[in-house]
Design a protein around this ligand. Structure first.
Ligand code: NAG
Length: 341
């Protein structure tokens, strides 16, 4: 529900590999185009419906296909299908992976990977939201349980790797404040510091490195791929250590979009995926910062995949919206969904 945007996502999001600037041609592997397939999109009506034949048509353009999404069991912290009935009983995992055999030899066959989390596996609320993603990290025994279950599932259904689209807590959306409100807020921030979303963030950052390292060790024995996906509004600076993670992953997908959405920011419409920093916006809510954070902190460029949005966001304007149309604009929440048929 929270990820309403999925309804607007008509085709699977394409992620394009950024050019391997400044690296010797011989040392860098061929560019990647990583495509995400949201298996829940088959439930939509009309033009928004996206199912197997649509996915098949996209195959010539993808080097990697992420099956979205698998989940983490709240109790045992094992990897499980998000939709057991559809994914397993109705054999959608098998059908998707089976596309590999249907592709003849016309194209380079994409690698099929299973993606975990992705914002689709939602449980709990407030501080407890998606807590299994943090609980699991905190115990070495639980990390092993998770890794073993992931390995079994990937092998069982014929995937060629796993993608950790880890559901770390999201940053708080920017509040729209009056001038007086802003004054008190900055006073409060000065006295109390910025509001903390995860008190154990430092530990989780370290433990995530341990998880990825241990996972890759197990997966590498079978030549299985491991990637991570940084979800929109998960603060990379807080949770991701590029230098220590990069050696243990085949690539990193940066979903550098949805900094502003009608759900996060119902009172103010703004650019959802600005390329460079804009005045009066947060310094890290733009594509440039996200990519450079990884490059500057020791991730090789050939492992960085930049996620681009292939959908639009719509807010409802009102009398107070600035008629020049230049964001940010005062608005009345999300616009109505487009026609379904
Ligand atoms: C992300 O974390 C850094 C470091 O704590 C902080 O300076 C920055 O404001 C955070 N970004 C957001 C959008 O909350």
């Amino acid at each position: 529900m929270r990820r309403n945007k999925m309804k607007l996502l008509v085709c699977s999001t394409l992620l394009l590999a950024i050019a391997n600037l400044g690296e010797a041609k011989t040392s860098s592997p061929p560019p990647k185009v990583v495509c995400y397939y949201n298996s829940a999109s088959h439930t939509r009506d009309g033009q928004g419906k996206y199912s197997l034949p649509d996915l098949e048509a996209a195959m010539p353009y993808c080097t990697h296909v992420m099956y979205g999404y698998a989940a983490i069991d709240e109790k045992f912290k094992k990897l499980i299908p998000l939709n057991e009935n559809f994914d397993v009983t109705r054999q959608h995992y098998k059908q998707v992976v089976g596309l590999r055999e249907r592709l003849n030899n016309k194209y380079t066959k994409p690698k099929f990977m299973l993606s975990v989390g992705g914002g689709a596996d939602v449980s709990g609320e407030d501080d407890e939201k998606n807590i299994q993603y943090r609980d699991l990290l905190e115990s070495s025994a639980l990390r092993t349980t998770f890794i073993n279950s992931a390995y079994e599932m990937v092998k069982k259904y014929g995937f060629e790797g796993i993608d950790l689209a880890w559901e770390f807590p999201e940053t708080k959306a920017k509040k729209v404040r009056s001038k007086i409100g802003s004054f008190f807020h900055s006073l409060k921030t000065k006295v109390l510091g910025p509001s903390v979303i995860d008190k154990k963030a430092e530990e989780h950052r370290e433990q995530f490195i341990a998880l990825v390292r241990e996972l890759k060790r197990t997966f590498a024995m079978d030549n299985l791929l491991v990637s991570i996906t940084v979800l929109p509004n998960v603060n990379s600076t807080v949770y991701y250590d590029p230098k220590l993670l990069a050696p243990h992953v085949d690539f990193v997908n940066l979903m550098a979009y949805d900094f502003y959405t009608p759900q996060r920011n119902p009172e103010e419409a703004d650019y959802t995926s600005p390329i460079f920093e804009l005045v009066d916006r947060r310094f890290d809510e733009n594509v440039d910062f996200q990519v450079n954070y990884w490059l500057r902190n020791g991730a090789p460029s050939h492992k960085i995949i930049l996620g681009i949005p292939t959908f639009g966001r719509a807010w409802k304007m009102n009398e107070d919206s600035n008629k020049n149309g230049i964001p940010p604009l005062t608005v009345d929440g999300s616009a109505e969904q487009g026609p379904k048929r």
